[in-house]
Design a binder for this molecule. Structure first.
Ligand SMILES: Nc1nc2c(ncn2[C@@H]2O[C@H](COP(=O)(O)OP(=O)(O)OP(=O)(O)O)[C@@H](O)[C@H]2O)c(=O)[nH]1
Ligand SMILES: [Mg+2]
Length: 451
């Protein structure tokens, strides 16, 4: 099941179900975020509606009156099976069926919607029911996020991980199609229906993808262990916070920062620039979002392994977004879920250029330990660079190494791999004071002994 709606001419109607556990500002912000997600897919949001319910478990999710109203907005393409109403409804009583609020969505005129997107997760049967009633494609939040991830994946690992998550999402949603003669052919075992055949295909595909992923991950593990002794910094945070922009600025690289959600799905590793001795590595990671589908979280374990190995975690937030505190909670939750222990960490209040002087001061008072940055301000970038170097230096050990003049080549090696703080020239040797990590120092000393 791939998204079949044509993004260029897709009008989306967004629906929020407010429940006792999910209402007020939280629901409003979540709906605004869904609008950004849907826009990232290239859809045009033509309207948003919300309805109070006691839960999201109702067979048709919405009350039938409202469903009929929405069917009208989808061009009356579907038929509302009124007699089917609530017969197998597992929800509790509707709190307020008539309380529909239209949340302004850029004041766009309400026109016919080609797709309907719910800001909650729908079970496969709910999705099918609502789609049958409305006659247009219906998505839930997870479906939209998975679609964005599928479109943005670039590397082999990300593609494999997302395809696995997508197939896990799709499998229970596969439906029986009317099977014409052609579909009865090839590969179908005796007595196997088209649905069973399709499910079997998905299972086989999943097994194959998982095998491929294991082999790619083994290679990645090898690469990570080669870098094990280097000081690593990982940028983590909510989607669109500015991680890639900061990464690009502090590594002088061309990692793209884009104003779309989930622009980065692969971990990119670069050296801090200007280059330090020893080198410091910086990794940019996948952004998080509220209600990130569990399968996707699981599939990003390996991508987030970089954050796992990092000695310093930079938690980047978009400080100009009023909901950044809740976003930060999500980041903490997901990192905990994937087992990233808190190494040393720094909160970065990014996009400070979007804040007034008073707002900046209020945030400084609220988060005295944090660093305020604008990825667009070179002075802030240099401040961040200095901070990272200082933390890396703190982790290093200082030692004096005696290098005889007869082993001059070693001096060059030391200078290019370690931070040299002092060089004293004696009659038959050079006394070099270096700062480096324990592994490199042990290796150097072993080498000196064999000279
Ligand atoms: N005004 C302003 N915009 C910024 C700043 N940092 C990043 N941006 C913009 O915010 C948008 C998102 O930036 P990214 O760097 O792609 O964000 P990200 O955290 O990598 O996002 P994902 O890859 O989706 O997780 C882009 O349009 C950037 O140009 C900043 O300090 N100030
Ligand atoms: Mg990014």
């Amino acid at each position: 099941m791939q998204l079949t709606a044509k993004a260029s001419r897709t009008n989306a109607l967004l629906i929020s179900i407010c429940t006792p556990d999910f209402k007020g500002d939280e629901a409003t912000e979540s709906l605004a975020e869904l609008a950004r997600l849907v826009t990232t897919l290239g859809f045009k949001v033509v309207g948003t509606q919300s309805q109070k319910q006691s839960s999201t478990n109702k067979v048709n999710v919405l009350g039938l009156g409202k469903l009929a109203e929405i069917a009208h907005l989808t061009g009356n393409k579907g038929e509302i099976a009124l007699e089917a109403e609530e017969s197998d409804d597992i929800s509790e009583e509707i709190i307020d069926e008539t309380s529909f609020a239209e949340i302004p969505s850029d004041n766009l005129p309400f026109s016919c919607a080609d797709v309907v997107v719910f800001d909650c997760d729908l079970s496969p049967s709910q999705l099918r029911n609502v789609e049958n009633q409305l006659g247009v494609e219906v998505f839930d939040r997870t479906g939209i996020i998975i679609e964005i991830f599928s479109r943005h994946a670039r590397t082999k690992t990300a593609k494999l991980q997302i395809e696995i998550a997508r197939l896990n999402y799709v499998a229970p949603r596969l439906r029986e199609t009317s099977c014409g003669d052609k579909e009865r052919q090839m590969g179908k075992g005796a007595g196997e229906t088209t649905l069973e055949l399709n499910r079997r295909k998905v299972r086989d595909q999943l097994a194959e993808l998982k095998r491929e992923l294991v082999s790619v991950q083994d290679k990645m593990k090898g690469r990570r262990s080669q870098r094990a002794e280097l000081f690593c910094v990982a940028l983590v945070g909510y989607t669109n916070a500015g991680k890639s922009s900061l990464m690009r600025a502090i590594t002088g690289s061309d990692v793209e920062g884009e104003n779309k959600l989930f622009a980065t799905l692969d971990t990119t590793v670069r050296a801090l620039f200007p280059i330090t001795q020893p080198r410091i590595l910086v990794s940019d990671t996948v952004g998080f979002i509220k209600k990130l589908p569990h399968d996707l979280v699981a599939s990003f374990h390996s991508t987030l392994a970089e954050a796992h190995d990092a000695s310093l975690l930079l938690y980047v937030v978009d400080a100009s977004d009023p909901s950044f505190r809740a976003q930060l909670d999500v980041v903490h939750e997901v990192l905990k879920e994937v087992g990233v222990e808190d190494s040393k960490k720094l909160l970065i209040l990014n996009k400070s250029d979007q804040l007034s002087g008073e707002q900046q001061q209020a945030l400084r008072d609220e988060f005295p330990e944090a660093m305020m940055t604008s990825a667009r301000d070179p002075a802030d970038i240099s401040k961040l660079h200095k901070y990272i170097v200082a933390v890396a230096q703190d982790e290093m050990i200082e030692e004096e190494i005696i290098v005889p003049y007869t082993a001059k080549g070693i001096i060059g090696e030391i200078r290019s791999n370690m931070s040299v703080t002092k060089e004293e020239y004696e009659s038959d040797h050079i006394k070099v004071t270096v700062r480096s990590n324990a592994i490199d120092l042990a290796r150097l000393k072993k080498r000196m002994l064999s000279l």
